[in-house]
Design a binder for this molecule. Structure first.
Ligand SMILES: Cc1ncc(COP(=O)(O)O)c(C=O)c1O
Length: 385
């Protein structure tokens, strides 16, 4: 049996798979089992901001694997302590502590629990088309009905207000609200940037009414949008910031940055077997140092501007709008994107959908300008046909 057949037969079935077996990656490129090369604008769903097989990260992982892979947080650990110090250097400076976990959804679960602990309240307000993950708490905050419906009833007290609508948020937040949760740019929901007015209104309203503001930076964090964190574009200061995806350079990891405004996080209120493992921490330290060395936020900004300008030059009536920030880029079409994703793959370019009619590009920020040109040529070719 081939590897593809093995997965077809034995994997759970929750993923709609593409007809492609990827076996190797380097920087912005990946190769299939027959040696065919692709420019990877999927990047493991936005994980590979630093590119595939970064040598410093690979070395750090190998060294740590041979030193100490696991160490529960009931003990102190050198790599964990160093990661906390490194994180404190790059997050907005009002964040003083961190909770470490293993994925984006787990970071969201943790942020929700911290908001509940801090406020003693249970209601959460999220946004229409927001995506926060698929575990039961995170799914309660996620909007997309098709993800939610099979699992209803979800957590009580969760509701959704229209994105970028400060008046609706103002009406929704009250003395029962534990938290408002917002992505600085909705990724999965269509590459929709939050406007500054909405984010600042969310900050003011939550502060006035004793609720927490959670920013979901799982996709927008770690240089993706041209700054270390997406919220830096507006300067809004959240109480809790969820992190994931690129934090570990490809090694599974999530985290929550915690401001002093968050209270009552006491021993045994939360925890995780794997959270803060030396292996993931070593990978994250190396990743962040590489992002600093490569000036990756600036790279993502500059390449994002170039990428979007080139996409805007494509003369194809099917395009409605090109949008995004840094290298979180959406091309909204007047039709469904699925056939175009398939056609792009045949041209050697891997990309994602964001909802039904938005093509999403999440390339590594180490992508070269000539690779961006190749992507744009392929996009132009498939969209003009
Ligand atoms: C904004 C956002 N939050 C949370 C998640 C969930 O992260 P994970 O898939 O690591 O659980 C995602 C994943 O795509 C995301 O984009």
């Amino acid at each position: 049996m081939t590897n593809q057949q093995l997965e077809q037969q034995m994997a759970s079935g929750v993923y709609l798979k593409r007809d492609l077996v990827l076996v190797r990656g380097k920087d912005a490129l990946v190769w299939d089992h027959e040696g065919r090369e692709y420019i990877d604008c999927v990047g493991g769903q936005g994980v590979a901001t630093l590119g595939h097989s970064n040598e410093a990260v690979a070395r750090a992982v190998a060294e740590q694997a041979a030193t100490l892979m696991t160490c529960t947080e009931i003990f102190y650990n050198d790599k964990r302590a160093q990661l906390l110090k490194t994180l404190a250097e790059i997050v907005p400076s009002h964040f003083k502590r961190f909770y470490l976990c293993n994925s984006g959804a787990e970071a969201i679960e943790s942020a929700l629990k911290f908001a509940i602990l801090s406020t003693g309240r249970h209601n959460v307000i999220a946004t229409v088309r927001g995506f926060h993950g698929r575990t039961m708490g995170a799914l309660s905050a996620t909007f997309e009905p098709k993800y939610r419906e099979p699992f209803q009833p979800l957590l009580p007290g969760f509701s959704h207000v229209p994105f970028n609508n400060a008046d609706a948020l103002d009406k929704a937040v009250n003395e029962q609200t534990a938290a408002v949760i917002i992505e600085p740019i909705q990724g999965e929901g269509g590459v929709n940037p939050a406007n500054d007015e909405f984010l600042h209104a969310a900050r003011r309203i939550t502060q006035e009414r004793g609720a927490m503001l959670i920013l979901d930076e799982v996709q927008t964090g770690f240089c993706r949008t041209g700054k270390w964190f997406g919220s830096e574009h507006s300067g809004v200061q959240a109480d809790l910031m969820a992190m994931g995806k690129a934090i570990g350079g490809g090694v599974p990891m999530g985290g929550v940055a915690i401001a002093d405004s968050v209270k009552n996080i006491a021993p045994a209120t939360h925890g995780s077997t794997f959270g803060g493992s030396p292996l993931a921490c070593a990978a994250a330290i190396a990743s962040i140092h590489e992002m600093q060395r490569l000036n990756l936020a600036q790279e993502a900004h500059d390449k994002g501007v170039y990428f979007r300008e080139r996409l805007e030059e494509i003369n194809a009536p099917v395009i409605r709008e090109v949008r995004g920030k840094g290298l979180l880029i959406g091309v909204e079409l007047k039709t469904k994107v699925a056939p175009y994703l398939k056609a792009l793959q045949a041209e050697g370019v891997l990309a994602l959908p964001a909802g039904l009619n938005v093509l999403r590009f999440l390339p590594p920020a180490v992508i070269s300008y000539s690779q961006i040109d190749r992507v744009v040529e392929a996009v132009g070719k498939v969209l003009r046909h």
